[in-house]
Design a protein around this ligand. Structure first.
Ligand code: EPU
Length: 416
């Protein structure tokens, strides 16, 4: 286990470029399964989750090779339709292989992911949606076994909640299904729009990407393509808050500020100076932020994966903020670690009351997951003295060289 050690008190200055989005590239690797042949992805971040997804694809029989921020997936005609528990447990996104494997092989065996640090995380909408397209499922010794008789058949599926993963599984199933599939209340995240762009380039017939109503006309086959992964709005937002909390001035390039509209608006409300242009944004931290209330919601609402970083900022604000988490049951577990640094945060079911304090005090803390781990490092940028964030591997799942990149902005930060 490694730790990130950060000495607080230095306002970050400078420019940082972001890479492709973790939550797009993982699914764009999976979508390769839909078409035999050689696929290429560019703007690929060098993160642990991409490594793990390479293993998932290799288990199905693909050959994966990587270069500097790019990777190639060679998909065979015959796939092994299985994702084993060792891989699914480490990375829940593996559940999204269900759609492509059912479409290509007619059978899929995927270990049931179970819960994780963010809560129970059901997959009922994935299952119900795929059943509507003709799949049948049974649970056999912890493994979900899906089968279809013949070919998947298009259907209308109305999601009870705009689930990112369920929308993706239905897109994958629908593109090779017979007839028309409509997804009502589909997720509208930019990563889904980017995935749809990749699928269209592969020959899929999809309309309504980026809206709540997606229509897919099934085709007989798809071709491999080259695709550039959309910039990571979470990486961009995290570096923006690093600038804000440290009282610095950080410019983020290679990003799409429109994908962070709500998060940037909340930073402005907190007193940050925010400028943006095509492909860049700049955030200047105030002497002391002001309290701001916000609630996490599916896109275009405030992203749940930016909630811990924003709470870190609000923990040193003037005044009291009320934060409501609407996506996950257990996303406030990290506030105990923030409290060790002197933050005053109390939680009551899905609400957190953040009473801003004038200073944080560095100490050893433990990263419970990717985003909370990043948030604890950001708190360390502001805290007096030294903060050691243990279990930093969580951060490496979603951020390439997090400590090195913060160091390039002037942070006193090291890996131990
Ligand atoms: N849910 C159900 N049943 C379902 C599907 C989802 O109850 O069938 C619930 C989940 O338990 C969760 C909520 O709905 O409480 C949202 O789930 P969603 O399916 O939208 O999320 P996901 O596909 O599992 C992706 C990202 C998450 C991100 C969410 C929300 C990937 C690999 N993961 O997860 O990212 O928080 O969308 O935007 O794309 C992260 O990057 O740190 C991360 C956790």
């Amino acid at each position: 286990m490694s730790s990130i050690v950060v000495e607080g008190g230095i306002p970050l200055q400078g420019t940082i470029g972001v890479l492709g989005a973790k939550n797009a590239v993982l699914k764009e690797m999976i979508s390769a399964l839909l078409a035999p042949g050689r696929h290429r992805l560019t703007n690929v971040p060098d993160i642990v989750d991409v490594e793990m997804m390479c293993q998932v694809l290799e288990h199905t029989g693909c050959k994966v090779s990587q270069g500097e921020h790019e990777l190639w997936v060679v998909v065979p005609q015959d796939l092994n339709p299985e994702a084993p528990i060792e891989l699914v447990r480490q990375m829940r996104a593996s559940i999204v292989v269900l759609g492509p494997l059912l479409a290509r092989v007619g059978v899929a065996r995927v270990a049931l992911p179970g819960g994780d640090d963010l809560g129970p995380r059901g997959i009922d909408m994935h299952i119900k949606g795929l059943e509507a397209l003709g799949a049948e499922f049974e649970l056999v010794h912890g493994e979900l076994v899906g089968r279809i008789d013949g070919r998947l058949k298009g259907a209308e599926v109305e999601l009870a909640f705009p689930s990112v993963g369920a929308t993706e599984n239905l897109l994958f199933a629908g593109v090779l299904a017979e007839g028309v599939t409509t997804i009502v209340n589909a997720a509208r995240e930019p990563e889904i729009e980017d995935l749809i762009a990749q699928l269209i380039a592969m020959g899929a017939d999809i309309t309504g990407g980026g809206t709540s109503l997606v229509t897919i006309r099934g085709v007989d086959q798809l071709q491999p393509v080259e695709h550039q992964v959309v910039p990571d709005r979470l990486e961009a937002g995290t570096y923006a808050i690093a600038g804000a909390i440290s009282g610095g001035d950080v410019t983020v390039t290679g990003c799409m500020p429109d994908h962070l509209r709500m998060e940037l608006r909340k930073l402005e409300e907190a007193g940050c100076g925010v400028e943006r242009g095509e492909g860049w944004l700049r955030v200047k931290g105030p002497d002391r932020p002001s309290a701001v209330d916000f609630a996490t919601l599916p896109f275009p609402g405030f992203h749940t994966d930016m909630q811990p970083q924003m709470v870190a900022l609000l923990s040193v604000a003037e005044g009291t903020s009320v934060v409501t988490e609407n996506l996950y049951d257990s996303r406030f577990k990290y506030v105990g670690e923030l409290a060790r640094m002197g933050a005053d945060v109390t939680t009551e079911s899905q609400h957190a009351i953040v009473r801003g304090v004038s200073r944080l005090s560095g100490c050893p803390v433990v990263a419970p997951d990717i985003r909370a781990g990043a948030a604890l490092v950001l708190a360390g940028l502001k805290a007096d003295g030294v903060t050691q964030v243990h279990d930093a591997e969580h951060i490496d799942r979603g951020y390439e060289d997090f400590d090195g990149r913060l160091r390039s902005l002037g942070a006193r930060i090291e890996r131990s």
